[in-house]
Design a protein. Structure first.
Length: 336
């Protein structure tokens, strides 16, 4: 099966990091979040990955991510000339579907949904769209909800509701879908269409069943705001997320002997930690960041290439310049 990653949009919720640093390139555990999403798709065994990106950013994405995943799965960059919404951009990729279903995931969510099981479930159920869901407390869930079909509560949905709110135990959408090409015919050929608020609520309809896949107890983290990006990095440093961080200390990082580095601190390659620095986790120090003498950082995210001046005290904040972070990502990609 092929996969599509939705990486368009302006990332307005993540300002001031965006648009200088597009949201899918925002760092989580010292890699662009999109890189972790591609790893997740590799584990599902997809044969090709298409990534839908704004046309103005396509060169940047290609330079940083490349034309294949680390294990060799081809990555095709699919430009979106104008904002068309998640439904509109899917309709534009009918040729990519090639007559078969496609696994669709967002570029800004880290999750542990078993995508291989989702694919198998979709084939067994025969729905037009299958949505992976997770049980959530309605009082705390602000996302989309599926209403199970009473006749087939584990496999089919009677309705899809866009951010309805509510109470009790809900089936919240994880943002992972499998979409059959027949659904594309119901999306307007032109203009802006949102798949979640316009297309999915119209299902089920004759000939187009809405499937439901219970993902079970999973990790799910949207990094779409600065606060959520910080939390996603803290969870990765604390090993509370599914991300397989290879090392806590990157190649070429230098730490002064007088510095104190606590547990649950990830330090990127080439970072420099000066004398009498105190780093308290969970925290992430980006590649080629420079931490000045006497700095105290607690629970922080330091962007790639950031300079933290001597004597600074930082608690639970994101530090750094998005343009500098983008340039470091480009430099790292060019060296590999």
């Amino acid at each position: 099966m092929k996969a599509l990653v939705l990486a368009g949009g302006q990332g307005s919720r993540l300002r001031p990091l965006t648009p200088t640093l597009p949201k899918p390139l925002a760092p989580v555990a010292n890699r662009p979040v999109l890189s972790w999403v591609l790893d997740h798709l590799d584990r599902a065994g997809v044969e090709e990955i298409g990534v839908i990106v704004p046309v103005a950013d396509m060169t940047l994405f290609r330079r940083i991510i490349g034309s294949s995943t680390p294990v060799g799965t081809p990555v095709r960059w699919l430009p979106e000339a104008a904002a068309a919404g998640t439904g509109g951009c899917l309709r534009q990729q009918a040729a990519f579907f090639g007559g078969g279903p496609v696994l669709v995931v967002p570029a800004d969510i880290v999750s542990s949904v078993d995508l291989a099981r989702l694919v198998g479930h979709h084939h067994a159920v025969g729905a037009a769209v299958t949505v992976a869901v997770v049980a959530r407390d309605g009082a705390q869930w602000s996302g989309d909800v599926l209403v199970p079909d009473p006749a087939r509560p584990g496999t089919a949905a009677a309705a899809y509701r866009f951010k309805p709110g509510g109470t009790g135990r809900l089936r919240g959408s994880t943002g992972a879908w499998i979409v059959e090409p027949d659904v594309l015919d119901w999306i307007p050929a032109h203009g802006f269409t949102d798949f979640s608020s316009q297309t999915l609520p119209a299902l089920p309809m004759p000939g187009l069943a809405l499937g439901l896949f219970d993902a079970g107890e999973i990790y799910l983290r949207d990094i779409g705001t600065p606060a959520k990006l910080l939390t996603g990095n803290q969870e990765a440093a604390a090993r509370l997320s599914p991300l397989e961080v290879a090392s806590t200390l990157g190649t070429g990082a230098r730490i002064d002997p007088s510095a104190h580095v606590g547990e649950q601190v990830l330090i990127g390659e080439g970072a420099q930690i000066a004398a009498d620095v105190r780093l308290t986790g969970p925290a992430v120090i980006g590649p080629h960041a420079r931490i000045g003498a006497g700095v105290h950082l607690n629970g922080a995210l330091v962007l790639p290439g950031a300079q933290v001046d001597a004597g600074t005290r930082v608690t639970e904040e994101i530090v750094g310049d998005p343009a500098g972070a983008r340039d470091v990502l480009l430099r790292l990609a060019a060296g590999r």
